[in-house]
Design a protein around this ligand. Structure first.
Ligand SMILES: [Zn+2]
Length: 412
């Protein structure tokens, strides 16, 4: 098959230039047209024409005059928060969470609901559709036009088709999620893996702002990563990159949901910590965790482990030390492989960061090669439980900033 290069295509060149200007405004606004020209290398006439188009479609707005170097004051331009709104949805293992944000990702509405364990995918999708409808009504009421819907799921996703090929903890195989959700909507729907979206959320609005090469590690029921290389999400050949939870860390480790043994997520995840704590109290029945769980080991949860650890319970502290140790070992492997400037820790287990972070940093420093280890910072997510839904919103913004025609052409 012949490659479909569109060489010499004026419209394509204009869209690329529009994307460059829009990205600069998104990251560095407010900026004058002259500043945009010098930052992008585009000539002033081109910049003025592109800014005019963004202004006329309402995606940017004038933000007042700036006086500079004794010359004529210049009008500053910035993205318009009221350019439209986006819906971000996270379908979790036992919940659905959705937000509606304006164009600057300020949350205007949010909704969380629990879903019972393992309902049919049809039930979950019907409930997600209902929530998306409610969010769209709220957008109407706020007078904001809907620009798109982003949806995150804990599984392997083909982002071109929106097909969830495998979500082990939801027990989904080959679910055409985008098609099933889009029946009732006229705006684009983007479906992606939850960790990839959380990484995007941190890149646009969170702890990874300004970082070009970083890894977001989602420590939830399982463990996954969103990898950003040189300012772009890295997806691999099939879109399945980032399944770092299944790299082997222990030769003779515990069995994993994926069928392998000793995977990273069998020692570092919310589920792993809870399982370790429940096993530990069998040999340490005087642990404070037993009391806090009213004598029933199966009632030990992460908050119980953390509370006991805060009170100085040695068994709980040891469980968290183990998780912190293996977190550091896994991060050392990632640091040697990717040489990232930043590791962002998110997901439920990241709440335990006061017990995990310092030991993970120490182990990473000891085990990774000295040079890459020196340039890597490890931080926790800024957005916590909102990270994936905000990232889903970020995926719509990412689409608009990289291919702005899609949004501009749909605007009167
Ligand atoms: Zn595994």
């Amino acid at each position: 098959m012949k490659p479909r290069y569109r060489t010499g295509d004026q419209a394509l060149v204009r869209e690329i230039n529009l994307s460059i200007v829009f990205n600069q405004l998104w990251t560095n606004a407010p900026l004058s047209r002259a500043q945009l020209a010098s930052m992008t290398g585009l000539n002033k006439t081109t910049v003025s024409s592109l800014v005019h188009e963004l202004l006329s479609k309402g995606f940017v707005r004038e933000a007042g005059l700036c006086s500079s170097h004794g010359g004529r004051p210049a009008m500053l331009i910035e993205p318009n928060p009221n350019a439209g709104c986006m819906i971000g949805v996270e379908i979790g293992v036992d919940f659905i969470f959705a937000i509606l944000t304006n164009f600057r990702a300020n949350i205007e509405w949010r909704h969380y609901e629990s879903t019972e364990a393992h309902p049919s995918y049809q039930t979950i999708i019907e409930r997600a559709k209902g929530i998306i409808r409610d969010a769209a009504h709220m957008a109407d009421r706020l007078g904001l036009s809907l620009l798109g819907v982003g949806v995150g799921v804990p599984g392997l996703v083909d982002i071109d088709s929106g097909l969830v090929s495998f979500a082990p903890n939801l027990e989904w195989h080959d679910i055409p999620l985008r098609d099933l959700l889009s029946a009732s909507l006229s705006v684009p729907i983007l479906v992606d893996n939850d960790a990839n979206l959380s990484a995007l959320g941190e890149y646009y609005f969170g702890a990874a702002r300004g970082a070009e090469t970083f890894i977001y590690i989602s420590m939830g029921v399982g463990l996954g990563a969103g990898i950003f290389l040189e300012g772009r999400p890295y997806r691999g050949i099939g879109g399945y990159a980032g399944e770092v939870g299944h790299m082997t860390l222990q030769d003779d480790g515990l069995p994993c949901k994926c069928g392998n043994y000793g995977c990273w997520e069998t020692v570092v995840s919310n589920r792993a910590v809870i399982n370790q704590a429940r096993a530990a109290v069998e040999t340490h029945p005087r642990s404070r965790m037993v009391e806090l769980a009213h004598g029933q080991a199966e009632r030990i949860t992460l908050p119980v482990v953390m509370k006991a650890a805060e009170e100085g319970d040695e068994t709980a502290l040891e469980v968290l030390r183990q998780a912190g140790y293996y977190l550091g070992v896994g991060i050392a492997n990632l640091v040697n492989t990717f040489n990232p400037e930043l590791i962002v820790l998110g997901g439920a287990l990241s709440q335990a960061h006061p017990f995990l972070l310092s030991i993970a940093k120490q182990v990473m420093a000891e085990r990774a090669l000295a040079m890459p280890a020196k340039s890597t910072r490890i931080v926790t997510s800024i957005h916590g439980k909102d990270a994936c839904a905000l990232g889903a919103v970020g995926s719509i913004i990412h689409k608009i900033l990289t291919a702005p025609n899609y949004a501009l052409n749909n605007r009167q």
